[in-house]
Design a protein around this ligand. Structure first.
Ligand code: ADP
Ligand code: MG
Length: 361
């Protein structure tokens, strides 16, 4: 089931929750909506589900498999929904929780008990809770409960699965496990899935594509790798991963930061003026020499190698802190000493002109 969102706008009173949002999701894709709290992720999901109406004067539409769902209520759209605090019924066993959506169907479309039974068993296998059917929710861990919530959403064989921060309330280790599990489940079922999350790591790890939202708008839609390596906007650059940012200037295709000058992409060549210059922590070279032309002189302030990479903090002559991530091998090879002077040069920079000089589009 493909989903198309065309020019959707939604206000709550004077507040704009969605501003002319358009998005295309292919059949069988797993797409994440990623953005800070309040950026409109849940609203977009609820509008797709039919749980929230769009503005009365909004001329946009939502299509499932090329067909407008405008006249269809949530119950007719065949979506499976899982929320962060999905209250699975405490008084029902795991089995009955999963069977619920099928049992409440009108008699005409309700499957026989034998079919319900086999479908629930199949779902119990999928969520790796075979043998847990007779337990009550209070006898499950948080992660197991969210898996039951997912099985319950899947029981009705939804055309679309909508997940709103389904792992948000769980601790990091459990989240990681469920994330991997969700991806494997998706690879098995291929149900078109939209996952809302504010956790960039979760979005980058699990999704085919990521939609970055900010202040009721979409900033960028891209594959995880493209998003990380080719952020389209300054917001995306900042939101994904760590950055070192310098207030510098653009001048004839060069980014100038005091003590540093780097060539940047050709597109920026016509632009001159103030700009923010970004370098990710892993995109630096540390030179042992202190006289490398065009590089920044800095002293080693701290380092920490209690992980899969070494994190080094350095101070420039004008007391700016620079954070660098190094492969452990390189870190060991350098054997830096605290206070020692080194030269730093970025291997990649991204430059975003400050708004007043951005070309008018
Ligand atoms: P997100 O899921 O990205 O955190 P939401 O879509 O829930 O963001 O909300 C976007 C904005 O819309 C928030 O600022 C929120 O306060 C506002 N909002 C959401 N639902 C309502 C509502 N029913 N009434 C008024 N404001 C709402
Ligand atoms: Mg939300």
């Amino acid at each position: 089931m493909s989903i198309e969102v065309r020019n959707i706008t939604k206000h709550f009173g004077k507040f704009t929750a969605l501003s002319d949002v358009s998005l295309q999701i292919e059949d069988g894709e797993l797409v994440s909506l990623l953005g800070p709290s309040g950026s409109g992720k849940t609203t977009l999901l609820r509008v797709i589900a039919g749980l929230e109406s769009v503005d009365p004067d909004c001329s946009g539409e939502i299509l499932f498999h090329g067909e407008s769902v405008a006249g269809k209520k949530a119950s007719q759209r065949q979506v499976g929904f899982v929320f962060q605090h999905y209250a699975i019924f405490r008084h029902m066993t795991v089995f009955e929780n999963i069977a619920f959506g099928l049992r409440v169907r009108p008699r005409k479309t309700r499957p026989s008990n034998a079919i319900i039974d086999s479908r629930v068993r199949e779902l119990l296998r999928l969520i790796q809770l075979e043998g847990f059917g007779n337990r009550y929710p209070s006898q499950l861990s948080g992660g197991q409960r969210q898996r039951v919530a997912l099985a319950r959403a899947l029981a009705i064989e939804p055309r679309v699965l909508l997940l709103d921060e389904p792992f948000g309330a769980l601790d990091a280790k459990v989240r990681q496990g469920l994330r991997d599990w969700l991806r494997r489940l998706h690879d098995e079922l291929h149900t078109t899935t939209i996952l809302v999350t504010h956790d960039q790591e979760e979005a980058l790890e699990v999704s085919d594509r990521v939609v970055v939202m900010n202040q009721a708008r979409i900033e960028q839609v891209a594959s995880p790798a493209e998003l990380f390596h080719e952020p389209a906007t300054e917001f995306v650059m900042n939101f994904l991963g760590n950055v070192n940012v310098f207030q510098g200037r653009l001048n004839a295709g060069r980014a100038l930061v005091p003590g540093l000058a780097v060539d940047v992409s050709v597109e920026s060549e016509e632009i001159s003026g103030p700009a923010n210059v970004y370098v990710r922590p892993h995109e630096w070279t540390i030179h042992r020499q202190t006289n490398v032309a065009g590089s920044l002189l800095a002293s080693v302030a701290r380092f920490n190698h209690a992980g899969s990479i070494a994190k080094v903090a350095l101070l420039t002559q004008d007391s700016r802190e620079i954070k660098i991530d190094l492969p452990l091998e390189r870190f060991n090879e350098l054997s830096l000493r605290l206070g020692e002077l080194v030269c730093l040069s970025p291997t990649k920079v991204r430059v975003f002109p400050t708004p007043d000089i951005r070309p008018k589009s």
